[in-house]
Write a protein of this length. Structure first.
Lengths: 338, 338
DNA sequence: GTGAAAGCGCTAACAG
DNA sequence: CTGTTAGCGCTTTCAC
């Protein structure tokens, strides 16, 4: 373990000068700088981030905390954000909570935040009330649909509007019995499934079509497997449907697979729309129509909000007001709709 | 900012006692412990990880460094590893390099390693020679096909064997002209495309079938889009083929999409096999046959190797020898093969 | 242009 | 069972 003082001794300068060289601060003579740099590489010195962090406060990292890394939506979000923060010379590190309320809260509250100069968190379960207690100096941007105290920056997608557009399209193009995979029967909380179901119901109300609660199908998880099973069951039960709104593209993938097994022609007999407009949609057979929630815009907005606070010390009116942004959704029609 | 000493003062104990309570160390009276805990929650105290890290050396985190987060293979690997390390009370953080040799080296060498108690790295580009220079106290496990100095733990998949099995199956079930999407014409380096191409050639040699170099199709990237384009071009060029070995499942997805557009029946006219056996394979239409590289076994092995070193201080014969494990691959046949 | 002193918040080691 | 001392490796401040 070679420390900064070792470099300083070997180069015949003080630790401070080494520090100045490393951090590119002005006020070091060209000759001294060169000597220090050579000594650094000769000794193989590497800065100790923990010490720097302890003393200077910054870590050079932005955290992204998501329920699950291997869901395409989060993976693609991570990728977008990573490219963005890297432009600022920071790097993104991703952590997963497993979608567990307790672990989400732990990830946010219990000091792990301090590992980062800024944090983006996409909570699934955690309640606004719990969040309200928290006070931290690390800039935090929330992303997603869960309600969040107004003291935090928040970037939301238009879940209700997106779902309404999708359902409207299905109804206007001739589907009368639209199943919603992952929908909710009740509407107590503002989580993703409830909000998207709300949009589904709004579309029905606007167009004067009754919702058959048998078509509102709850699933435990939004992976293809769960959706696949549920569609098969729906079919076996004899509940007819001629359109499907799947709450995520991943679920829609399972839907398409089930319909293919059942010998149902898409979109002729049943139309399908997903949500998220992930990279995979264009390569499914048939290509999946999907709600584009404004993924790029959301990522850009998150980065802006982060930049506004990272670097700005917690002084005076330096701290800007919290902002909530809602990004508008639009339909991306492909081959699973008419 | 409330520090440990603030808690200690408020509870009328010393900082050491607070530290003992927080870390669940024995030797604190029940009453004192309760008083400390109450004070902690009253003041909203949170441990400062940077300070703990600086002093105690451990960070509580394991790093996973991959080329890209949004490739399903890495996302699924991350998920598997995350669940594993969480069992040991650690948590996984994922960083991406973008598949850039320089950034890979930087991620490994430049002190960022110290952020973690252990690191798993899946390099794409970085050369063994560069790695050889490095000496670190953080336990590192390499994963993937790139050659790595023997001083490091390394878990490899059997790229050559898996590719050979896939190609053999295609040839034995009647395909005579098997295209390899993402293959290499030369065989200078031991990277993933070259190794899998080697297996492809071995299978041909064994079964006495000549390789038509026109069927060895290079791609810039292993995403569905690139594979899609390349297959369309292959078809337009009039180069006939009745089998496809795609170097990754993601590429295979693009292949299937292209074949569907071209009106080619799978597997009747063209058989297809992918590689990685990702979660998505079962939900494609038709279901994708794929090489299962032993994903679970690899993750388990990585975790074992990590555990062997994390916690073991760098003393004497405490440090175990480096181990290289090769996990065997097998075929998972589904609907894209006969 | 360079250096000395002090301390960030925590914990290992030992004393009581 | 609890407290004291010392110091992890860096950077901020101010003096030279």
């Amino acid at each position: 373990m070679v420390r900064m003082t070792d470099v300083a001794d070997a180069a015949g300068v003080s630790a401070m000068t080494v520090s100045n060289v490393i951090n590119g601060r002005p006020g070091v003579g060209a000759e001294t700088r060169l000597r220090v740099l050579r000594t650094i590489s000769r000794l193989g010195y590497q800065v100790n981030h923990a010490a720097r962090h302890l003393r200077a406060g910054r870590t050079g990292a932005v955290g992204l905390i998501v329920p699950d890394i291997d869901r395409p939506y989060y993976a693609q979000l991570a990728s977008r954000l990573a490219k963005g923060v890297e432009k600022s010379g920071l790097h993104l590190v991703v952590e997963r909570t497993g979608g567990d309320a307790e672990r989400e809260l732990e990830a946010i509250s219990f000091g792990r935040l301090r590992m980062y100069d800024g944090v983006v968190i996409s909570p699934l379960r955690v309640a606004a009330a719990d969040l309200d207690q928290l006070r931290f100096e690390t800039p935090v941007v929330f992303i997603g649909e869960r309600p969040v105290p107004a003291t935090f920056d928040h970037v939301m997608m238009d879940n209700v509007g997106g779902a309404r557009q999708a359902t409207e399209h299905l109804l206007r193009t001739g589907s009368r019995r639209v199943a919603i995979i992952g929908g909710r029967h009740d509407d107590h909380v503002d989580d993703m499934p409830s909000l998207r179901t709300r949009g589904y119901r709004q579309a029905h109300a606007e167009l004067g079509v009754d919702v058959d609660e048998q078509l509102v199908v709850e699933v435990e998880s939004f992976d293809p497997g769960s959706a696949f099973q549920v569609v098969k069951q729906l079919h076996e039960t004899g509940v007819g449907f001629d359109g499907v709104f799947a709450l995520t593209d991943a679920a829609a993938m399972g839907v398409l697979r089930a319909l293919a097994d059942l010998g149902v022609a898409v979109p002729r007999d049943v139309q399908v729309i997903g949500f998220d407009n992930g990279n995979e949609t264009e390569f499914l057979v048939p290509r999946l129509s999907s709600v584009e929630p404004g993924n790029d815009t959301m990522a850009d907005r998150v980065l802006e909000l982060l930049q506004r606070r990272v670097g700005a010390s917690g002084d005076e009116n330096e701290t800007p007001d919290a902002l909530t942004t809602v990004v508008t959704a639009r339909l991306e029609l492909r081959e699973t709709t008419r």
